[in-house]
Every structure is written in structure tokens, then in C-alpha cells.
Design a protein around this ligand. Structure first.
Ligand SMILES: CSCCC(=O)C(=O)COP(=O)(O)O
Ligand code: MG
Length: 241
């Protein structure tokens, strides 16, 4: 398990790839769940909250859904770990403020930050593509135990600005923004469905199969696999700097 990639850009999934799923589900999710009611009632007139609530109502096909109904839907999506865009937007508002207050810190597996620094120093461009909102991603990378990592990252993508992670069109949209050729762009993720979509867009793909993660893929992945970032051998693609 030492996959070697020749790439100019690396696009990172967060949960299950750079960071532990358990930190997200056991720390971040309960934190947001406890604060939805207050956000939906006391801050309902804020444009971002209002737009997200409208999206929830559309998804439920219940145009009259009140704050309690919306809160119940958010709770059910959390229980099912559904990566629904308005849920992620509302969580992002709560988490961003919590990180700023010092209520939350991010989690990165110990192999990740040294590898990101190494790849960045070598000239690779690093991006993030996660179901978590861009605002949440920025806070996550800004509040690592290892310090503020945002300087390593050239751009952040989520399901709002790029589209669903299982659609190859999303990866084409990201490549159009980064300007890096798809064949020189490596996507690292723990989910086969996301890696399949990236590969269909012409990207290089690497599967993170971490023994610590609760949901291990059944059977062998078709994508080059690594148990940690330490095992990934990244060579900078020629003609890029
Ligand atoms: C900093 S985002 C928090 C994680 C999260 O809510 C999430 O849904 C992550 O999903 P991913 O696409 O990174 O697997
Ligand atoms: Mg993931």
C-alpha cells in the first residue's frame, strides 16, 4: 500500500480522510443539534438562515413548515448522517461561531498535517472539497491543534459552490476553477462513490482506508488505497510550479 501519484493539485475530503468521523459525529453533530432551535427562532430573519430554511421546506415539499418541523427534519437528517446542503449551511453557521469562541477544535489524524506541509513545500496546490460548508471548512482548517492551516489551502469547495460529491460534473466544475488539468489533480477520499465520480471526470484518485474509521468499505476498493497520508508518495507533475 504505497500508491504513487504524479499530481499538481491535491483535493482533500475531510471526514474519514483528513479527520476522524467520530469527531464529526460525536462532537460536532451533537453541538449543532443542541443549537438548531435557537438559530431557527431567534435568527430566522438572517438571509443565510432564511435561505436554508426555504431549502429545507422545498426538500420536504412542505412550504408552510414551521421552525419546529424544520428542526425535526434537521434532527432526522443528522440521525441518518445525510449530507443535505441546508443542514450543512446551518451547521456551518453554528460551528463557525463556536470555533471563533473556542468551544470547538478541529481534528486531524497525526499523519495528515506533516504530509500537507510537505506537499505544499514541494509546490503542490491543496484544496478542500467536503460536504461541510465552506465556512465550516475554513474554521476547521483555521482551528487545528497544529495551528492555523488555512495558508496551506488554495481553495475550498462544498455542495453549494461545486455540487454533490457523487456527481462527476462537480469535479469538472472544481477543475474549471482551479485551472489544474484533471489528469494532474488527485482527489483523496474515504468514499468509493465520490472517488468514482472524480475518476469519471478524469481525475487521479486515492482511497483512504483507515483502520480507525468505523465504516470500512466492504471488499477491495478499485482505487489506489492507503491507510494513511504517510503511505502516499506524491510527485509534483512536470510543468507546474
Ligand atoms: C468541517 S466540515 C465538518 C464535517 C461535516 O459536516 C461533513 O459532512 C464532512 O463530510 P465529508 O464530505 O468531508 O466526508
Ligand atoms: Mg469523507
Amino acid at each position: 500500500m504505497t500508491p504513487r501519484f504524479r499530481a499538481a493539485a491535491v483535493v482533500l475530503d475531510i471526514e474519514g480522510t483528513t479527520s476522524a468521523t467520530r469527531h464529526v459525529t460525536d462532537v460536532m453533530y451533537p453541538y449543532s443539534r443542541r443549537r438548531f432551535a435557537e438559530l431557527l427562532t431567534e435568527r430566522q430573519d438572517e438571509p443565510e438562515v432564511r435561505a436554508a430554511v426555504e431549502q429545507v421546506r422545498e426538500l420536504l415539499d412542505e412550504p408552510e413548515a414551521d421552525a419546529r418541523r424544520v428542526e425535526r427534519a434537521l434532527g432526522e437528517w443528522l440521525d441518518e448522517d445525510r449530507k443535505v446542503t441546508p443542514l450543512k449551511t446551518l451547521q456551518g453557521i453554528i460551528w463557525t461561531e463556536a470555533f471563533a469562541r473556542g468551544d470547538l477544535t478541529a481534528h486531524f489524524y497525526p499523519d495528515v498535517v506533516p504530509a500537507l506541509r510537505r506537499w505544499h513545500e514541494r509546490g503542490a496546490r491543496l484544496y478542500v472539497y467536503s460536504s461541510g460548508s465552506v465556512s465550516a471548512q475554513r474554521s476547521w482548517f483555521g482551528h487545528a491543534a497544529e495551528g492555523d492551516l488555512r495558508g496551506l489551502v488554495s481553495g475550498f469547495f462544498d455542495t453549494r459552490n461545486a455540487g454533490p460529491k457523487t456527481a462527476s460534473a462537480s469535479y469538472r466544475a472544481i477543475a474549471a476553477v482551479t485551472g489544474v488539468p484533471p489528469a494532474d489533480t488527485l482527489f483523496l477520499s474515504d468514499r468509493a462513490s465520490e472517488l468514482d465520480a472524480a475518476r469519471d471526470a478524469g481525475w487521479l484518485t486515492g482511497a483512504l482506508v483507515r483502520p480507525e474509521e468505523p465504516h470500512q468499505p466492504a471488499g477491495r476498493t478499485e482505487h489506489p488505497a492507503a491507510r494513511s497520508f504517510t503511505e502516499i508518495d506524491l510527485v509534483l507533475a512536470e510543468g507546474t510550479s
